[in-house]
Design a protein around this ligand. Structure first.
Ligand SMILES: [Zn+2]
Ligand SMILES: [Zn+2]
Length: 118
């Protein structure tokens, strides 16, 4: 049931913010770089000791959004949904989707982040 759709978004050869190439480490001040422990913006937590994030050719989270089908439009990943719904896996350095379920379990007590208003 995994459907691999062809990528419609071409890879960006360089980070739009710090110009790092694919596979290269972002600049310290680049706000595209992620903290690999939390998946959130690396900028702003100066004491971050995680391995440094590299530019992958895609906006962080975009690949996951495409994989999960969470796109607002071509080249427009629903990053807000990703941040609020998916879980960052610090081991694999990627977002994991919420467990598939057809109905919401009443015993599910896990707190979710508050949704942002559009
Ligand atoms: Zn960068
Ligand atoms: Zn960190």
């Amino acid at each position: 049931m995994t459907t691999h759709r062809p990528d419609t978004t071409p890879l960006e050869p360089n980070c739009p913010k710090c110009d790092a190439g694919i596979g290269q480490i972002h600049d310290d001040r680049c706000d595209v770089a992620r903290c690999l422990a939390t998946g959130l913006q690396r900028l702003g937590h100066n004491s971050c000791r995680c391995p440094q994030d590299v530019w992958t050719g895609r906006w962080p989270g975009e690949a996951e959004c495409m994989e999960f089908g969470w796109m607002l439009g071509p080249g427009m990943p629903d990053l807000n949904r990703l941040m609020t719904t998916a879980t960052w896996d610090p081991a694999t350095h990627r977002w994991t989707p919420p467990t598939h379920r057809t109905e919401r379990s009443a015993t599910e007590t896990r707190d979710e982040h508050p949704h942002h208003h559009r």
